[in-house]
Ligand binder design. Structure first.
Ligand SMILES: *Cc1c(COP(=O)(O)O)cnc(C)c1O
Ligand code: SF4
Length: 411
């Protein structure tokens, strides 16, 4: 055995130990809140009332707060508020400045740096809104923003222009106008409820909204986009699940970025949703310092399957103002996708997308697997880099001319 392969083997043993550690389900524990009763701790309203929202609280609960984070907390007040549920806060490793949980919810001074290509509305949502809070970008489906509040705030949020209302956007959805638009538009067969986080509504309000949507005959498919199962698993009560299951087919898209977010509490909450017959997908954002490495991402997607959630999208981080310190490169994203496809369960592989800046919608980005393609054959490479040929079928499909950049419309 050459010394090289010994090194490689030692490396892979270390990798599999790390992979196993990342895939373990841990309970979040109570930390600073060890005196709180079970009833309070497991009550989602208690968790919301006791969120960490001020600099003074950050200093108290996170004694290792860095000057960079201190500066971030001061700036956040006018940009995107700080709010962290005690449950999620306890996932932070206070001894580690680069804790992946910490990077997501504790602001940093970098939020004040804005590059010319960054935007307050990077996906051009406001310019695609026929009525306030309704984004109609694709022919058959709409995005319905129902609130500007979340259980905790993600520092890279693509909707930080309106979410938390720190910058004074004053978002007030008008459900009647939103629902009238969908009811009057027979082409809309799919609605995605988002915000903010729709699961912050109480059960009665959710039931009211979902019932009104289900009363629209041409509306086939309802989805809820939510990070509540991750930030506030206590909210996923049996009563909530019973409410949601009345409105099938109803899917839920959750948002988790790192395997450490998938605790026993989260696994159980997701299990309750799955038992209510709700199919679930996960949307991750590729974030520097958080999940920009293949081993972490592999552990994450495999752990999602254990939670009965299909990894759906991996988003390139949008060009939101003040997010440069959290953005990983497209090159890194492609490297990660290359390390997933073929190397793990196909169900575990999300689609990597860039939401085209300015409002082009989601564009799939893939490592190159097609080496050439003409009338006679397609030449492919597989996940191991081996090359294969497939003779083209003769079904009369005309050769598609490659779309040249001059022919394409450049936005
Ligand atoms: C992401 C998104 C959707 C849903 O897209 P899918 O690819 O169906 O998940 C719908 N509308 C808008 C505006 C979106 O950004
Ligand atoms: S949960 Fe979603 S909407 Fe809320 S802050 Fe995070 S990314 Fe933004």
């Amino acid at each position: 055995m050459s010394s090289h392969s010994i090194v490689a083997k030692a490396g892979s043993q270390a990798d599999s130990a790390k992979l196993n550690a990342l895939k373990a389900f841990h309970s979040a524990g109570r930390g600073f809140w060890s005196n709180v009763s079970d009833t309070d701790w497991n009550d989602w309203k208690w968790q919301l009332r006791n969120r960490i929202t001020s600099l003074a609280q950050l200093q108290k609960f996170l004694p290792t707060l860095t000057p960079e984070e201190h500066a971030g907390a001061l700036f956040a007040a006018n940009k995107l508020s700080v709010a962290i549920t005690p449950y999620f806060f306890n996932l932070i490793d206070a001894a580690d400045e680069n804790c992946p949980i910490r990077w997501q919810v504790i602001p940093r001074g970098g939020e004040a740096n804005t590059a010319p290509w960054e935007m307050s509305d990077p996906c051009g949502e406001d310019s695609h809104s026929p009525v306030p809070g309704l984004v109609h970008r694709y022919p058959d489906r709409v995005l319905m923003l129902v609130t500007d509040r979340c259980a905790s705030y993600c520092r890279y949020c693509t909707r930080s222009r309106l979410v938390s209302n720190a910058s004074g956007y004053d978002f007030h959805p008008e459900f009647d106008r939103q629902i009238d638009y969908i009811a009057g538009n027979k082409a809309v067969r799919d609605v995605l409820l988002s915000g903010g986080d729709p699961l912050l509504f109480n059960d009665e309000k959710l039931e009211y909204l979902l019932a009104r949507l289900r009363a629209i005959p041409h509306l086939e498919f309802i989805r809820i986009g939510t990070r509540i199962p991750i930030f506030l698993p206590q909210r996923i009560t049996p009563e909530l699940c019973a409410t949601l299951k009345k409105f099938h087919p109803l899917f839920v898209s959750i948002h988790s970025n790192h395997p450490r977010e998938l605790t026993t509490e989260v696994r159980d909450a997701l299990g309750r949703l799955a038992d209510a017959g709700i199919p679930m997908g996960n949307q991750s954002v590729l974030l520097r310092h958080v999940n920009d490495d293949p081993l972490t991402m592999r552990a994450h997607v495999q752990k999602l399957l254990l939670c009965r959630v299909k990894p759906y999208y991996l988003y390139q981080c949008d060009l939101i103002s003040g997010s440069a310190h959290l953005r990983a490169s497209v090159r890194k994203g492609l490297e990660i996708m290359q390390e997933l496809r073929g190397h793990t369960t196909g169900y575990a592989v999300p689609q990597y997308v860039i939401d085209a800046p300015g409002g082009g919608g989601k564009v799939p980005i893939n490592p190159e697997y097609v080496l050439s393609h003409n009338n006679d054959r397609i030449v492919l490479r597989n996940f191991e880099g081996k090359i294969f040929e497939y003779p083209e079928a003769r079904d009369g499909t005309p050769t598609k001319k490659a779309l040249k950049v001059e022919e394409a419309e450049y936005v």
